[in-house]
Design a protein around this ligand. Structure first.
Ligand SMILES: Nc1ncnc2c1ncn2[C@@H]1O[C@H](COP(=O)(O)OP(=O)(O)OP(=O)(O)O)[C@@H](O)[C@H]1O
Length: 225
């Protein structure tokens, strides 16, 4: 499989002097197109830091990072925003849905804001994704009225709206019960198989990790397994 992204010798240090914390210590990672990988490691090992850097939301202190042939270290903020909007989707533990907006409005909202209008194509894509997330009968419900698992499935649909090559998920099932968590993972797996979307999913849960084809372990700021 071809490489979707590759990091080399990523270092991230927070702070300076005596209080400096070196979180990533020369981390090397390669993700192939179409992989569904779990990111495991003890609390504080640097998983969220790594996801934030891979999502181009923060630059490393040093090291190299390439995705789809782009040098994302050399890119400026404007180029990174364009790149991120086009190629990367995000799912977080706390989904940040707008509670008074319907499921469909939440899914298409970021795209509508970016494009300055809401198109029929976007609505159709949003509906299709919600149906695939098992939410056909919840499309026009305000998200305040949905269960935790349903909300997280809306968040996954929102992340997929622009057909990104990569979806980064930071403990997406962290506040769900086991059955809802496994259902979200099953639906992510279907999207991975159907659309070839690459997923990197941080989790503390071995069962969630086992639902992925690959397990990447981070410890002390390095990939150790
Ligand atoms: N902005 C920051 N400033 C200073 N230190 C930070 C900052 N962000 C993260 N850290 C530190 O970096 C280390 C790694 O944090 P990170 O959130 O990446 O770990 P994690 O593996 O995702 O942990 P968890 O599994 O508990 O979510 C921690 O010691 C944290 O305190």
């Amino acid at each position: 499989m071809s490489a979707l992204l590759e990091t080399s010798e990523l270092v991230k240090t927070f702070g300076a002097g005596d209080t400096a914390t070196r979180v990533l210590r020369g981390l090397n990672l390669r993700l192939s197109t179409g992989e569904m990988a779990a990111l495991l490691g003890p609390s504080g090992s640097g998983k969220s830091t790594l996801l934030t850097i891979l999502g181009t939301l923060m630059k490393p202190t040093s090291g190299r990072y390439q995705m789809l042939g782009h040098d994302l270290i050399a890119a400026d903020d404007r180029e990174l925003t364009v790149f991120r909007n086009r190629h990367i989707g995000f799912v977080f533990q706390f989904h940040n849905l707008l509670p008074d907006f319907t499921a469909l409005e939440n899914v298409i909202f970021p795209t509508a804001v970016r494009e300055g209008r809401e198109t029929a194509t976007a609505r159709a894509r949003g509906r299709d994704l919600l149906v695939r997330m098992g939410l056909a009968d919840r499309i026009d419900f305000p998200t305040a009225n949905l269960s935790g698992g349903q909300k997280q499935r809306v968040a996954v649909a929102r992340a997929l709206m622009n057909s990104p090559e990569l979806v980064l998920a930071d403990e997406p099932t962290g506040n769900l019960d086991r059955a809802s968590a496994l259902q979200v993972m099953e639906l992510i797996g279907q999207i991975n198989r159907d659309e070839g979307t690459t997923f990197l999913i941080s989790t503390h849960d071995e069962k969630i990790a086992a639902a992925c084809q690959r397990q990447i372990v981070v410890a002390d700021g390095l990939v150790t397994g």
